[in-house]
Design a protein around this ligand. Sequence first.
Ligand code: F6R
Length: 614
Amino acid sequence: MCGIVGYLGSGVAQEPLIDGLRRLEYRGYDSAGVAFHDGDVFTLARETGRVENLANVLQGKGSQSSLGIAHTRWATHGAVTVSNTHPHLSYDKKFALVHNGVIENFSSLKKSLLHKGIEFSSETDSEVLCNLIAYHYSTLSPNSDSFIQAVSTALSESRGAYGIAVLCLDNPEMMIGARRGSPLVVGIGEDANFIASDASAFVGRAKEAVFLKDGELAILQGSEFRITNQQGHVSEAVAQPLDQTLEEVELGDFSSYMEKEIFEQPHALQNTLRGRFGDDGTTAKLGGLEGHEDELRNVDRIVFVACGTARHACMVAEYLIEKLARVPVEVEHASEFRYRNSPKSGRSLVIAVSQSGETLDTLEAVREAKTKGLLTLGITNVVGSSLARETDGGVYQRVGPEIGVASTKAFSSQVCLCAMLGLALGRMRDLSPTDGSNLVEALLGMPDLIAEVLQKGEEIRELAVKYSKAEHLLFLGRQSLYPVALEGALKLKEISYAHAEGYPAAELKHGPIALINPECPSIFLVEGTKLSAKTIANMQEVKARKGPVIAFVPEDIEIPEGAADDIFRLPVAHEVIRPILANIPLQLFAYHFARLRGLDVDKPRNLAKSVTVE
Ligand code: F6R
């Protein structure tokens, strides 16, 4: 969603700010702007559309200031217009503010400010916050303490979620950031400090980062900074080394982040697996679960909560964990779980899965589980994210930043970690050492099998060329390949805008078969189990109705003549690995399908990378 970056240092702010905005583009946005503190005025530049438009406007002019804030906006309150674009200036032009999140009581706050004669120039909730700060400041003597006090008071009157960065004209060496429900991080560099919604904004410029907790303020003053709560009490600033590299956040030779992230999966998955197996090679050892062994041994139900692709990974986990550990597993949309009052025993374990670790519904589901006294674990890719901080324990995915809006490598690593969790839980119960070591071996061999599938990328491109005119596609699979079918359909629709649906293959006859015609291709994921024969029979039903069939099939499964129009062969693999392998060509299929339609796969319309609002 929206992105924030602020700079306070000894250099010129413009380049790091625009560069930071470029790095945040992946989050999804529809307009971008920047404000520089230029002595007695704020210099403001705001443009709808791409960050590049803003960069072009600033080229050759702009500001020499060393203090500024910038923003990419994803419209919530008010249309995509320049006046609604951040930064917002206060009515008295003394404050500049950028805001992520939603101020829920903005209309009552606005009404009371209007009564005081304060005027507004946008439709946004963010401008209300900016004016509220300015109003409180106007009642105090103009100094840095008043700046802090005005921000704290305004925030205490605001309901909802925010991550903000604010500047005040009277304080040319100061920037304040604050968060509640929307991520914010301070970047510590050698000759500059930063505030951003995502550390990738300052990778290469800052060496360490301090992730703010909800309710905290970051006060940057000159070359110093401190973290406080809203009452002004200083909290400990735990600085973490920034281990992201420029290579990880830049495109290199790839034409899109999605392509880069699909192809980096062999390496990324090696990182997910590295150093996470016991010495006897029969189980997984996940550091973030240490100290919870007794609770995990006694768990009688696991509830996964997640959204979108992460939820599909959880649905695969349901099959894997039930098989490996014999524990009943449920998967809920985080947005449903948080409002549903389903009975859960004290021995239920809630596992939240989120690449960003900032998806609001997933975080709220965790908070609800904690209210009920349940043990919560998180699986996330982002170190220091809200999910990592708020759960009782958890595991990092370690696949490097995922920048493409469509989640690819994160899905594979989430499934991989769930399989490892199933292995660990299984070994605590009744999974034999032999079955355990077979699985360890299979997991360690998985990165090579992914690389083998990726080497056949050209075959997938040709399939995409053949079917790229299709406007409706069905994705079908059984058991753990059913969620992969859902994921394949989601990937295709989100980046190509073709209509795609995933179903369990056996559901075909219960409705979707009515859609079959020569223009509606069916993509079948065939298992390597006894069930394959049944899936092949479903393929034949589609062929009998003149529907084109593309089959993704392990090398050792025979497909009868005429049952499929196209066959893509997958390596033979342990059943736990198959869902990950089967998904790789579907990622590539969606990627090529969208590219052939001339679409920007990294910035699909209406979508944001991290959904931090409800
Ligand atoms: C789809 C996609 C989304 C996310 C969902 C959850 O490609 O990326 O469906 O999976 O928004 O995001 P996280 O995992 O960050 O909670």
